[in-house]
Design a protein around this ligand. Structure first.
Ligand code: FE2
Length: 184
């Protein structure tokens, strides 16, 4: 659990940052945040608060389009607001963002400033965010992995960027999901 005071501060900042998102994206974001909050004790102590913050804010980039690619737009926004390298890294790389960037033909270097090989435990923190995103529906519903993948593939047309990216990323999405399910 996070200290009460820091949690209240997180909530206020989260609400402000998420305010430009659609109602359903906000509901999804809050549900993903709560899901990571519930399991944060499985993560190294020093990463817990950042992992929870990243989960609440993983889709914030939808509300602040710049490049037009929400993981990087979100990470850049959060860095400009003083969020930690862990939070910015987790948002930039969430849920196979690199695969979608490749499908969009974006330069792989957009991720460089958010790489984090020297952060201990960061891979596990990444997995937890991917797992929470993949077990939460577009309006915050609790979904199985298969329900979530089916829902995304139905929402985005075959041939669209997201449909192609999710299809291509499916093995790594499943692996991340299994690593978390197996660790709890
Ligand atoms: Fe996202």
């Amino acid at each position: 659990m996070l200290p009460a005071r820091s949690m209240a501060a997180v909530n206020e900042a989260v609400a402000e940052l998420l305010s430009p998102l659609t109602v359903s994206r906000r509901a999804h974001s809050l549900a993903v945040g709560r899901r990571v909050e519930k399991v944060a004790s499985y993560l190294p102590t020093e990463l817990r608060a950042d992992a929870v913050t990243a989960a609440y804010l993983h889709d914030v980039g939808y509300g602040y389009p710049d490049l037009g690619f929400h993981p990087i737009d979100g990470a850049r926004l959060l860095r400009s607001r003083g969020y930690s390298p862990v939070v910015c890294h987790m948002v930039a790389f969430h849920t196979a963002a690199q695969v979608e960037a490749a499908v969009r033909g974006l330069d792989v270097q957009i991720f460089d400033e958010f790489r984090s090989s020297e952060m201990d435990g960061i891979d596990a923190a990444d997995d937890f965010l991917w797992w929470a995103d993949l077990s939460t529906g577009p309006k915050g519903e609790e979904f199985t992995l298969d329900e979530r993948l089916t829902e995304i593939l139905r929402r985005y047309e075959p041939g669209s960027t997201v449909h192609t990216a999710i299809t291509r990323a499916e093995p790594q999405l499943r692996q991340a999901f299994q690593r978390v399910s197996g660790s709890m």
